[in-house]
Ligand binder design. Structure first.
Ligand SMILES: [Zn+2]
Length: 107
């Protein structure tokens, strides 16, 4: 048995963020790409985000991604998420005001 370098994150904060990320990407794909199911591109982005959250080194104490100094997202995915958050701004304001406060206004 070797030492495990990473524990997968399974805490409530991470789970909540995963759920939110999934919702955002699904909504974005639905509105912008007019897909019922996620298109390939969005599916890839979603998987990438979920993976990154699972392995976030801060776990339950993670800062919001936009404030994080580690920048674990590669630039291309960061940009995609940025686009989605901007696109969904008004929707987030209604359903997830705390989220938009943390992610957008804090920038
Ligand atoms: Zn899509």
């Amino acid at each position: 048995m070797g030492a495990r370098l990473y524990e997968l994150n399974t805490g409530p904060n991470i789970l909540k963020e995963k759920e939110l990320v999934k919702q955002m990407i699904e909504l974005y794909c639905h509105k912008e790409h007019h897909h019922e199911q996620l298109c390939n591109e969005c599916q890839e982005l979603r998987n990438y985000c979920l993976l990154k959250l699972s392995f976030c080194r801060f776990g339950e104490n993670k800062p919001t991604c936009s404030n994080c100094k580690v920048y674990c997202f590669s630039p291309i995915y960061r940009q995609k998420m940025d686009t989605i958050i901007r696109y969904l701004g008004p929707w987030l304001l209604v359903y997830h005001p705390i989220f938009i406060f943390k992610y957008v206004l804090n920038k």
